[in-house]
Write a protein that binds this ligand. Structure first.
Ligand code: SAM
Length: 474
Protein backbone atom coordinates (compact mmCIF):
# COMPACT_ATOMS: atom_id res chain seq x y z
CA UNK A 1 0.00 0.00 0.00
CA UNK A 2 1.32 3.41 -0.85
CA UNK A 3 1.43 5.98 1.91
CA UNK A 4 -0.73 8.12 -0.29
CA UNK A 5 -3.51 5.52 0.00
CA UNK A 6 -3.86 6.55 3.62
CA UNK A 7 -5.37 9.76 2.44
CA UNK A 8 -8.66 10.66 0.96
CA UNK A 9 -7.70 13.11 -1.73
CA UNK A 10 -9.92 16.17 -1.81
CA UNK A 11 -8.63 17.04 -5.25
CA UNK A 12 -8.96 14.55 -8.05
CA UNK A 13 -6.05 12.61 -9.44
CA UNK A 14 -6.29 14.90 -12.45
CA UNK A 15 -5.76 17.92 -10.21
CA UNK A 16 -2.64 16.30 -8.92
CA UNK A 17 -1.38 15.81 -12.42
CA UNK A 18 -1.53 12.04 -12.40
CA UNK A 19 -4.16 11.41 -15.03
CA UNK A 20 -4.67 7.93 -16.34
CA UNK A 21 -2.92 8.93 -19.54
CA UNK A 22 0.36 9.07 -17.66
CA UNK A 23 2.38 11.93 -16.24
CA UNK A 24 1.36 15.35 -17.44
CA UNK A 25 3.85 18.17 -18.05
CA UNK A 26 4.65 20.72 -15.39
CA UNK A 27 2.24 23.56 -16.12
CA UNK A 28 3.54 27.12 -16.58
CA UNK A 29 1.76 28.08 -13.34
CA UNK A 30 3.53 25.38 -11.34
CA UNK A 31 6.81 26.35 -12.98
CA UNK A 32 6.20 30.01 -12.10
CA UNK A 33 5.30 29.25 -8.51
CA UNK A 34 8.27 26.95 -8.08
CA UNK A 35 10.65 29.56 -9.48
CA UNK A 36 9.32 32.01 -6.87
CA UNK A 37 9.63 29.73 -3.87
CA UNK A 38 12.01 26.87 -4.65
CA UNK A 39 14.65 27.96 -2.16
CA UNK A 40 16.24 24.88 -0.65
CA UNK A 41 17.47 24.27 2.86
CA UNK A 42 21.08 23.61 3.83
CA UNK A 43 21.73 20.11 5.15
CA UNK A 44 23.03 21.45 8.49
CA UNK A 45 19.72 23.21 9.09
CA UNK A 46 17.75 20.14 8.05
CA UNK A 47 19.74 18.09 10.56
CA UNK A 48 19.24 20.66 13.27
CA UNK A 49 15.46 20.60 12.74
CA UNK A 50 15.26 16.81 12.63
CA UNK A 51 17.36 16.63 15.80
CA UNK A 52 15.11 19.14 17.53
CA UNK A 53 11.91 17.25 16.75
CA UNK A 54 13.45 13.92 17.71
CA UNK A 55 13.62 12.31 14.26
CA UNK A 56 16.96 10.73 15.04
CA UNK A 57 18.62 7.43 14.21
CA UNK A 58 18.95 6.91 17.99
CA UNK A 59 15.16 7.11 18.45
CA UNK A 60 12.60 4.36 17.97
CA UNK A 61 11.02 5.51 14.71
CA UNK A 62 9.32 2.19 14.02
CA UNK A 63 5.85 3.62 14.56
CA UNK A 64 6.57 7.27 13.77
CA UNK A 65 5.10 9.10 10.78
CA UNK A 66 6.77 12.13 9.29
CA UNK A 67 5.09 14.71 7.06
CA UNK A 68 7.05 17.00 4.71
CA UNK A 69 4.51 19.22 2.91
CA UNK A 70 6.77 20.80 0.27
CA UNK A 71 9.70 18.52 -0.43
CA UNK A 72 11.54 20.34 -3.23
CA UNK A 73 14.40 18.09 -4.34
CA UNK A 74 14.29 16.26 -1.04
CA UNK A 75 16.56 17.93 1.52
CA UNK A 76 14.37 16.90 4.45
CA UNK A 77 13.08 13.64 3.03
CA UNK A 78 16.56 12.38 2.22
CA UNK A 79 17.96 13.07 5.68
CA UNK A 80 14.76 11.75 7.31
CA UNK A 81 15.10 8.55 5.26
CA UNK A 82 18.75 8.10 6.26
CA UNK A 83 17.88 8.47 9.92
CA UNK A 84 14.89 6.16 9.61
CA UNK A 85 17.02 3.46 8.05
CA UNK A 86 19.69 4.04 10.71
CA UNK A 87 17.08 3.53 13.43
CA UNK A 88 15.71 0.38 11.77
CA UNK A 89 19.14 -1.18 11.31
CA UNK A 90 20.00 -0.43 14.94
CA UNK A 91 16.72 -1.95 16.13
CA UNK A 92 17.04 -4.98 13.83
CA UNK A 93 13.88 -4.10 11.87
CA UNK A 94 13.84 -5.41 8.30
CA UNK A 95 14.24 -2.78 5.59
CA UNK A 96 11.19 -3.82 3.65
CA UNK A 97 8.36 -1.85 2.12
CA UNK A 98 5.87 -3.04 4.74
CA UNK A 99 7.87 -1.57 7.63
CA UNK A 100 9.12 1.54 5.85
CA UNK A 101 6.38 2.91 3.65
CA UNK A 102 4.03 4.38 6.25
CA UNK A 103 6.84 6.27 7.96
CA UNK A 104 7.27 9.21 5.54
CA UNK A 105 4.78 11.24 3.49
CA UNK A 106 5.93 14.15 1.37
CA UNK A 107 4.41 16.35 -1.31
CA UNK A 108 5.98 18.37 -4.07
CA UNK A 109 3.99 20.26 -6.65
CA UNK A 110 6.77 20.35 -9.23
CA UNK A 111 6.99 16.96 -10.88
CA UNK A 112 10.65 17.33 -11.90
CA UNK A 113 11.77 18.27 -8.38
CA UNK A 114 9.67 15.46 -6.92
CA UNK A 115 11.48 13.04 -9.19
CA UNK A 116 14.87 14.39 -8.08
CA UNK A 117 13.83 13.81 -4.48
CA UNK A 118 12.74 10.25 -5.29
CA UNK A 119 15.99 9.54 -7.03
CA UNK A 120 18.02 10.75 -4.02
CA UNK A 121 15.90 8.63 -1.70
CA UNK A 122 16.28 5.56 -3.91
CA UNK A 123 20.07 5.92 -3.85
CA UNK A 124 20.17 6.41 -0.09
CA UNK A 125 18.03 3.34 0.55
CA UNK A 126 20.08 1.24 -1.82
CA UNK A 127 23.28 2.44 -0.15
CA UNK A 128 21.83 1.40 3.20
CA UNK A 129 21.26 -2.12 1.89
CA UNK A 130 17.57 -2.03 0.95
CA UNK A 131 16.47 -4.14 -2.02
CA UNK A 132 16.05 -2.10 -5.20
CA UNK A 133 12.31 -2.92 -5.23
CA UNK A 134 11.96 -1.64 -1.68
CA UNK A 135 13.88 1.51 -2.56
CA UNK A 136 11.63 2.08 -5.54
CA UNK A 137 8.42 1.40 -3.61
CA UNK A 138 9.44 3.79 -0.83
CA UNK A 139 10.53 6.54 -3.20
CA UNK A 140 7.21 6.34 -5.02
CA UNK A 141 5.07 6.11 -1.92
CA UNK A 142 6.90 8.69 0.13
CA UNK A 143 6.98 11.51 -2.41
CA UNK A 144 3.73 12.43 -4.10
CA UNK A 145 3.93 14.95 -6.89
CA UNK A 146 0.78 16.75 -5.91
CA UNK A 147 -0.59 19.83 -4.29
CA UNK A 148 -0.37 19.61 -0.53
CA UNK A 149 -3.00 22.29 -0.05
CA UNK A 150 -5.54 20.47 -2.20
CA UNK A 151 -5.03 17.11 -0.56
CA UNK A 152 -7.35 15.94 2.14
CA UNK A 153 -4.96 14.53 4.71
CA UNK A 154 -6.09 12.62 7.75
CA UNK A 155 -6.22 14.78 10.86
CA UNK A 156 -4.16 13.98 13.93
CA UNK A 157 -2.16 11.40 12.02
CA UNK A 158 1.52 12.32 11.84
CA UNK A 159 3.95 12.23 14.73
CA UNK A 160 6.34 14.69 13.08
CA UNK A 161 5.96 17.51 10.56
CA UNK A 162 9.01 19.24 9.15
CA UNK A 163 10.03 21.38 6.23
CA UNK A 164 10.51 24.76 4.69
CA UNK A 165 7.12 25.70 3.29
CA UNK A 166 6.85 27.92 0.21
CA UNK A 167 7.06 31.57 1.00
CA UNK A 168 5.09 33.56 -1.58
CA UNK A 169 2.92 36.63 -1.08
CA UNK A 170 -0.69 35.80 -1.91
CA UNK A 171 -0.80 38.37 -4.72
CA UNK A 172 2.18 36.64 -6.36
CA UNK A 173 0.59 33.19 -6.58
CA UNK A 174 -0.24 32.43 -10.23
CA UNK A 175 -3.93 33.23 -10.84
CA UNK A 176 -5.44 29.80 -11.42
CA UNK A 177 -3.67 28.22 -8.48
CA UNK A 178 -4.69 31.18 -6.37
CA UNK A 179 -8.32 30.77 -7.43
CA UNK A 180 -8.20 27.11 -6.58
CA UNK A 181 -6.71 27.75 -3.14
CA UNK A 182 -9.30 30.44 -2.52
CA UNK A 183 -12.01 27.93 -3.36
CA UNK A 184 -10.64 25.07 -1.28
CA UNK A 185 -8.37 26.29 1.50
CA UNK A 186 -9.97 27.61 4.72
CA UNK A 187 -10.56 31.26 3.98
CA UNK A 188 -8.95 32.59 7.13
CA UNK A 189 -5.62 31.11 5.98
CA UNK A 190 -5.67 32.76 2.55
CA UNK A 191 -4.85 36.28 1.46
CA UNK A 192 -1.54 36.82 3.24
CA UNK A 193 1.23 34.42 2.36
CA UNK A 194 1.32 30.88 1.02
CA UNK A 195 3.32 29.56 3.99
CA UNK A 196 0.37 30.16 6.33
CA UNK A 197 -2.05 27.50 4.96
CA UNK A 198 0.92 25.12 4.81
CA UNK A 199 1.55 25.55 8.52
CA UNK A 200 -2.17 25.30 9.24
CA UNK A 201 -2.73 22.11 7.27
CA UNK A 202 0.47 20.49 8.54
CA UNK A 203 -0.54 21.27 12.14
CA UNK A 204 -4.05 19.92 11.53
CA UNK A 205 -2.49 16.67 10.33
CA UNK A 206 -0.14 16.41 13.27
CA UNK A 207 -1.41 14.35 16.14
CA UNK A 208 -1.51 15.55 19.72
CA UNK A 209 1.99 15.57 21.24
CA UNK A 210 3.36 15.50 17.70
CA UNK A 211 6.49 17.54 17.05
CA UNK A 212 6.90 20.09 14.31
CA UNK A 213 9.94 21.91 13.02
CA UNK A 214 9.61 24.49 10.28
CA UNK A 215 12.03 26.84 8.66
CA UNK A 216 9.78 29.77 7.87
CA UNK A 217 9.22 33.46 8.24
CA UNK A 218 8.09 34.67 11.65
CA UNK A 219 5.61 37.06 10.01
CA UNK A 220 2.78 34.87 11.27
CA UNK A 221 3.67 36.19 14.74
CA UNK A 222 2.67 39.77 14.06
CA UNK A 223 1.08 40.33 10.63
CA UNK A 224 -2.65 41.07 10.45
CA UNK A 225 -3.20 38.35 7.84
CA UNK A 226 -2.21 35.72 10.39
CA UNK A 227 -4.46 36.89 13.19
CA UNK A 228 -6.86 33.99 12.90
CA UNK A 229 -3.95 31.58 12.62
CA UNK A 230 -2.62 32.94 15.93
CA UNK A 231 -6.04 32.71 17.57
CA UNK A 232 -6.36 29.14 16.41
CA UNK A 233 -2.86 27.81 17.00
CA UNK A 234 -1.14 29.74 19.79
CA UNK A 235 -3.31 28.08 22.47
CA UNK A 236 -2.69 24.68 20.90
CA UNK A 237 1.10 24.75 20.64
CA UNK A 238 3.95 24.52 23.08
CA UNK A 239 6.52 26.57 21.25
CA UNK A 240 9.88 25.22 22.31
CA UNK A 241 12.09 27.56 20.30
CA UNK A 242 12.05 30.19 17.60
CA UNK A 243 15.54 30.83 16.40
CA UNK A 244 16.30 33.48 13.81
CA UNK A 245 19.13 32.81 11.42
CA UNK A 246 20.56 34.49 8.38
CA UNK A 247 19.32 33.51 4.94
CA UNK A 248 22.85 32.49 3.97
CA UNK A 249 23.04 30.09 6.91
CA UNK A 250 19.60 28.65 6.16
CA UNK A 251 19.41 28.34 2.41
CA UNK A 252 21.49 26.93 -0.38
CA UNK A 253 20.67 29.93 -2.61
CA UNK A 254 21.32 33.56 -1.91
CA UNK A 255 17.94 35.13 -1.07
CA UNK A 256 16.67 38.16 0.71
CA UNK A 257 14.63 36.83 3.62
CA UNK A 258 14.68 36.44 7.39
CA UNK A 259 13.94 32.88 8.31
CA UNK A 260 13.24 31.42 11.72
CA UNK A 261 13.35 27.84 12.91
CA UNK A 262 10.11 27.18 14.72
CA UNK A 263 10.06 24.10 16.94
CA UNK A 264 6.79 23.24 18.63
CA UNK A 265 4.74 20.44 20.09
CA UNK A 266 0.99 20.15 19.50
CA UNK A 267 -0.94 20.10 22.73
CA UNK A 268 -3.54 17.55 23.74
CA UNK A 269 -7.00 18.72 22.60
CA UNK A 270 -8.30 18.92 26.16
CA UNK A 271 -6.00 21.85 26.72
CA UNK A 272 -7.06 23.57 23.54
CA UNK A 273 -10.83 23.79 23.93
CA UNK A 274 -12.11 27.30 24.43
CA UNK A 275 -12.91 27.94 28.06
CA UNK A 276 -16.66 28.16 27.51
CA UNK A 277 -16.80 24.84 25.73
CA UNK A 278 -14.65 23.21 28.39
CA UNK A 279 -16.88 24.38 31.15
CA UNK A 280 -19.87 22.70 29.59
CA UNK A 281 -20.75 19.17 30.50
CA UNK A 282 -22.71 18.24 27.34
CA UNK A 283 -21.53 16.59 24.16
CA UNK A 284 -20.38 18.30 20.99
CA UNK A 285 -22.10 17.82 17.64
CA UNK A 286 -19.04 15.83 16.57
CA UNK A 287 -19.43 13.53 19.62
CA UNK A 288 -23.10 13.07 18.80
CA UNK A 289 -22.37 11.92 15.26
CA UNK A 290 -23.52 14.97 13.34
CA UNK A 291 -21.74 15.49 10.02
CA UNK A 292 -20.99 18.91 8.56
CA UNK A 293 -20.25 19.43 4.86
CA UNK A 294 -19.56 22.52 2.84
CA UNK A 295 -21.32 22.98 -0.50
CA UNK A 296 -19.29 22.00 -3.56
CA UNK A 297 -16.76 24.31 -5.21
CA UNK A 298 -17.65 24.63 -8.87
CA UNK A 299 -14.73 26.56 -10.34
CA UNK A 300 -16.79 28.92 -12.48
CA UNK A 301 -20.26 29.43 -11.02
CA UNK A 302 -21.93 31.15 -14.01
CA UNK A 303 -21.22 28.11 -16.17
CA UNK A 304 -22.88 25.64 -13.85
CA UNK A 305 -25.57 27.67 -12.10
CA UNK A 306 -28.64 28.75 -14.08
CA UNK A 307 -30.46 31.90 -13.08
CA UNK A 308 -34.21 31.53 -12.53
CA UNK A 309 -34.94 32.82 -16.04
CA UNK A 310 -32.52 30.43 -17.76
CA UNK A 311 -33.58 27.06 -19.12
CA UNK A 312 -30.82 26.07 -21.51
CA UNK A 313 -29.83 22.74 -19.91
CA UNK A 314 -31.66 19.41 -19.97
CA UNK A 315 -34.01 19.59 -16.93
CA UNK A 316 -33.05 16.14 -15.61
CA UNK A 317 -29.55 17.48 -14.87
CA UNK A 318 -30.75 20.41 -12.79
CA UNK A 319 -31.15 20.66 -9.01
CA UNK A 320 -32.15 23.55 -6.79
CA UNK A 321 -29.10 25.57 -5.72
CA UNK A 322 -29.02 27.96 -2.79
CA UNK A 323 -26.52 30.39 -1.43
CA UNK A 324 -26.25 32.11 1.93
CA UNK A 325 -28.42 35.06 0.91
CA UNK A 326 -31.42 32.72 0.52
CA UNK A 327 -31.11 31.33 4.04
CA UNK A 328 -33.17 33.23 6.58
CA UNK A 329 -33.62 32.35 10.24
CA UNK A 330 -36.05 29.43 9.99
CA UNK A 331 -36.83 29.83 6.30
CA UNK A 332 -35.39 29.08 2.90
CA UNK A 333 -36.15 31.70 0.29
CA UNK A 334 -35.11 29.92 -2.84
CA UNK A 335 -34.77 32.35 -5.75
CA UNK A 336 -35.11 29.69 -8.43
CA UNK A 337 -31.46 29.12 -9.34
CA UNK A 338 -30.43 25.58 -10.30
CA UNK A 339 -27.06 23.89 -10.56
CA UNK A 340 -26.03 21.39 -13.20
CA UNK A 341 -25.25 18.07 -11.57
CA UNK A 342 -22.30 16.80 -13.55
CA UNK A 343 -21.98 13.40 -11.86
CA UNK A 344 -24.37 10.47 -11.92
CA UNK A 345 -25.18 8.71 -8.64
CA UNK A 346 -22.74 6.03 -9.87
CA UNK A 347 -19.93 8.57 -9.35
CA UNK A 348 -19.19 8.92 -13.05
CA UNK A 349 -18.70 12.31 -14.69
CA UNK A 350 -21.36 12.69 -17.35
CA UNK A 351 -20.42 13.02 -21.00
CA UNK A 352 -21.77 16.41 -22.09
CA UNK A 353 -21.93 15.32 -25.73
CA UNK A 354 -24.93 13.22 -24.65
CA UNK A 355 -26.71 16.39 -23.54
CA UNK A 356 -26.76 18.87 -26.45
CA UNK A 357 -28.26 21.75 -24.46
CA UNK A 358 -25.71 21.37 -21.67
CA UNK A 359 -22.86 21.13 -24.17
CA UNK A 360 -23.98 24.30 -25.93
CA UNK A 361 -24.14 26.15 -22.60
CA UNK A 362 -20.74 24.95 -21.41
CA UNK A 363 -19.22 25.86 -24.78
CA UNK A 364 -20.28 29.46 -24.11
CA UNK A 365 -18.07 29.38 -21.01
CA UNK A 366 -15.33 27.29 -22.54
CA UNK A 367 -12.58 29.90 -22.29
CA UNK A 368 -12.85 30.62 -18.55
CA UNK A 369 -13.44 26.92 -17.86
CA UNK A 370 -10.28 25.98 -19.72
CA UNK A 371 -8.21 28.59 -17.89
CA UNK A 372 -8.72 26.78 -14.56
CA UNK A 373 -5.67 24.99 -13.24
CA UNK A 374 -7.50 21.68 -12.77
CA UNK A 375 -7.98 21.67 -16.54
CA UNK A 376 -4.39 22.65 -17.27
CA UNK A 377 -3.39 19.77 -15.07
CA UNK A 378 -5.38 17.35 -17.17
CA UNK A 379 -9.00 17.42 -15.95
CA UNK A 380 -11.70 17.54 -18.64
CA UNK A 381 -12.47 21.17 -19.45
CA UNK A 382 -16.14 20.85 -18.42
CA UNK A 383 -15.53 19.35 -14.96
CA UNK A 384 -16.47 21.33 -11.84
CA UNK A 385 -13.79 21.43 -9.12
CA UNK A 386 -15.73 19.25 -6.67
CA UNK A 387 -17.83 16.30 -7.64
CA UNK A 388 -21.42 17.48 -7.48
CA UNK A 389 -23.74 14.59 -6.62
CA UNK A 390 -27.44 15.01 -6.08
CA UNK A 391 -27.54 11.98 -3.75
CA UNK A 392 -25.08 13.56 -1.32
CA UNK A 393 -27.54 16.37 -0.54
CA UNK A 394 -30.89 14.54 -0.56
CA UNK A 395 -31.01 13.86 3.18
CA UNK A 396 -32.69 16.42 5.45
CA UNK A 397 -30.16 18.97 6.62
CA UNK A 398 -29.69 22.22 8.46
CA UNK A 399 -28.18 24.98 6.35
CA UNK A 400 -25.89 27.63 7.81
CA UNK A 401 -24.28 30.44 5.77
CA UNK A 402 -20.54 30.44 6.32
CA UNK A 403 -20.35 34.19 6.98
CA UNK A 404 -23.00 36.03 8.93
CA UNK A 405 -23.23 39.01 11.23
CA UNK A 406 -25.66 36.93 13.28
CA UNK A 407 -25.34 33.22 12.51
CA UNK A 408 -28.64 31.76 11.33
CA UNK A 409 -29.96 28.44 10.15
CA UNK A 410 -32.90 26.70 8.60
CA UNK A 411 -34.02 23.19 7.73
CA UNK A 412 -33.92 21.99 4.14
CA UNK A 413 -35.86 18.87 3.17
CA UNK A 414 -35.91 19.64 -0.56
CA UNK A 415 -32.57 18.10 -1.47
CA UNK A 416 -31.23 21.48 -2.58
CA UNK A 417 -27.49 21.71 -3.24
CA UNK A 418 -25.79 24.48 -1.27
CA UNK A 419 -23.18 26.85 -2.65
CA UNK A 420 -19.56 26.70 -1.48
CA UNK A 421 -20.37 29.44 1.07
CA UNK A 422 -22.94 27.35 2.94
CA UNK A 423 -22.49 24.53 5.45
CA UNK A 424 -24.95 21.66 5.81
CA UNK A 425 -25.40 19.77 9.08
CA UNK A 426 -26.67 16.19 8.77
CA UNK A 427 -28.07 14.27 11.74
CA UNK A 428 -26.99 10.65 12.32
CA UNK A 429 -30.62 9.46 12.12
CA UNK A 430 -31.70 12.15 9.62
CA UNK A 431 -33.89 13.74 12.29
CA UNK A 432 -32.66 17.33 12.17
CA UNK A 433 -35.64 18.80 13.99
CA UNK A 434 -34.34 18.42 17.60
CA UNK A 435 -31.06 20.14 16.73
CA UNK A 436 -32.91 22.85 14.90
CA UNK A 437 -35.05 23.45 17.99
CA UNK A 438 -31.89 23.77 20.11
CA UNK A 439 -30.20 26.24 17.75
CA UNK A 440 -33.07 28.32 16.40
CA UNK A 441 -33.93 31.92 17.20
CA UNK A 442 -30.41 33.12 17.92
CA UNK A 443 -29.21 30.08 19.90
CA UNK A 444 -26.76 29.22 17.09
CA UNK A 445 -25.21 32.69 17.33
CA UNK A 446 -24.91 32.29 21.09
CA UNK A 447 -23.36 28.83 20.79
CA UNK A 448 -20.79 30.08 18.27
CA UNK A 449 -20.03 33.22 20.21
CA UNK A 450 -17.44 31.51 22.35
CA UNK A 451 -16.05 29.27 19.60
CA UNK A 452 -15.89 31.07 16.26
CA UNK A 453 -13.68 34.15 15.91
CA UNK A 454 -15.15 37.28 14.40
CA UNK A 455 -13.53 38.55 11.23
CA UNK A 456 -13.38 41.95 9.55
CA UNK A 457 -16.72 43.75 9.50
CA UNK A 458 -17.85 41.87 12.62
CA UNK A 459 -18.84 38.77 10.67
CA UNK A 460 -18.81 35.37 12.35
CA UNK A 461 -17.24 32.54 10.37
CA UNK A 462 -19.33 29.43 10.87
CA UNK A 463 -16.71 26.91 9.79
CA UNK A 464 -17.21 23.19 9.91
CA UNK A 465 -14.86 22.72 12.83
CA UNK A 466 -16.62 25.42 14.86
CA UNK A 467 -20.04 23.97 14.10
CA UNK A 468 -18.83 20.54 15.20
CA UNK A 469 -17.60 22.02 18.49
CA UNK A 470 -21.06 23.31 19.44
CA UNK A 471 -21.91 21.68 22.73
CA UNK A 472 -25.42 20.54 23.57
CA UNK A 473 -26.09 20.53 27.26
CA UNK A 474 -27.93 17.55 28.63
C1 SAM B 1 10.99 26.57 -0.07
S1 SAM B 1 10.97 25.14 -1.09
C2 SAM B 1 11.47 23.95 0.07
C3 SAM B 1 11.95 22.66 -0.48
C4 SAM B 1 12.51 21.68 0.55
N1 SAM B 1 11.56 21.40 1.60
C5 SAM B 1 13.74 22.25 1.19
O1 SAM B 1 13.62 22.69 2.33
O2 SAM B 1 14.80 22.25 0.57
C6 SAM B 1 9.25 24.92 -1.26
C7 SAM B 1 8.81 23.90 -2.28
O3 SAM B 1 7.40 23.82 -2.21
C8 SAM B 1 6.88 23.47 -3.47
N2 SAM B 1 5.45 23.81 -3.46
C9 SAM B 1 4.89 25.02 -3.65
N3 SAM B 1 3.56 24.95 -3.52
C10 SAM B 1 3.29 23.67 -3.24
C11 SAM B 1 2.09 22.95 -3.00
N4 SAM B 1 0.91 23.60 -3.01
N5 SAM B 1 2.14 21.66 -2.72
C12 SAM B 1 3.34 21.00 -2.68
N6 SAM B 1 4.52 21.62 -2.92
C13 SAM B 1 4.49 22.94 -3.19
C14 SAM B 1 7.74 24.27 -4.41
O4 SAM B 1 7.72 23.72 -5.71
C15 SAM B 1 9.10 24.21 -3.72
O5 SAM B 1 9.87 23.17 -4.28
Amino acid sequence: MQAYDLMRNRASTETLGTSEDGPSKVTPEVEALHSRCGVYTRTEVVCRILDAVGWRAEADLSRSRLLEPAAGDGAFVLEAARRLVGAFVRLGIALIARTLIGRITAFELHRGEAEKARSRVRRALRAAGAHHKTAEACAQAWITDGDFLLTDLPRDHFTHAVGNPPYVRWSKIPPDLKAEYEAQVPREMTGGDLFLPFLDQALESLRAEGQCGFLCSDRWRYMAFAEEFRVKWLPRLDIRSELSLSASDAFVADVDSYPTILIACKRQPAQTKPQGAQAKSGKTLADLGYVVKVGPALGHTPAYVLESNEADVEPQLLHAWIDGSEIREGALEWQGRRVVVMYGDDGQLIDPTEFPMLLARLERFRKPLERRSIVRDGAPWFRPIDRVFAAAWRRPKLLVPELAKIPRLTIDRSGAIPSHGVYAIFAPDDDVEPLYERLRDGALAKALDEIAPKVKGDYVRCYKRFLLMITLEN
